[in-house]
Write a protein of this length. Structure first.
Length: 172
């Protein structure tokens, strides 16, 4: 039996189709820490597109740390909550990438190990929490923050579908 990710359409194709169209959305050149966080998020998307889930997990984990730092520094509560929701989303993505890396290291054959399924479950919890937190925020008057919030709401919806598909494909 071929590994799940080699069967049409396969997990890799699904990941690439899901992530690549959004790679540049809202990630214009932004200086400082926010720009650094955006670049780390982009690095994660590039890494997974290049078949490197461990590199993707590392980059998105760094983006989560950057979001945490930004939240701690932020004085405006609404913006602080946005960064906290982003941190949660990035941690969910990190768990998802780690699940996929572990699945590959274990041979890439379903059913996935209990560890892979636990990573996916934790990822789904984080993504759902982030989605709820992002939707609970009041509308931002700042257009950049409003666009950032909307982009991440869309990303949580994409990741929710992705993780459900992975759990099915990997027989979790």
């Amino acid at each position: 039996m071929k590994p799940v990710f080699l069967q049409p359409p396969g997990i890799w194709v699904f990941l690439i189709v899901l992530l690549i169209p959004n790679a540049g959305n809202g990630l214009a050149q932004v200086p400082g820490e926010i720009g650094g966080m955006n670049r780390l998020e982009q690095q994660a998307e590039n890494a997974i597109a290049n078949g490197d889930p461990e590199g993707a997990a590392l980059s998105i984990g760094k983006a989560a740390l950057m979001a945490k730092i930004l939240a701690q520094k932020e004085e405006h509560q609404q913006t602080r909550l946005l960064y906290q929701a982003e941190e949660t989303l990035f941690r969910g993505q990190e768990q998802g990438y780690r699940a996929f890396a572990l699945f590959e290291r274990a041979g890439g054959q379903p059913p996935a190990s209990k560890g892979v399924c636990q990573y996916l479950s934790h990822a789904a919890e984080k993504v759902k929490q982030s989605q709820n937190d992002l939707k609970a925020l009041a509308d931002f008057t700042n257009e950049l923050l409003r666009d950032r919030q909307q982009r991440h709401i869309e990303k949580t919806q994409e990741w929710e579908r992705l993780l459900q598909g992975l759990e099915q494909d990997l027989s979790c």
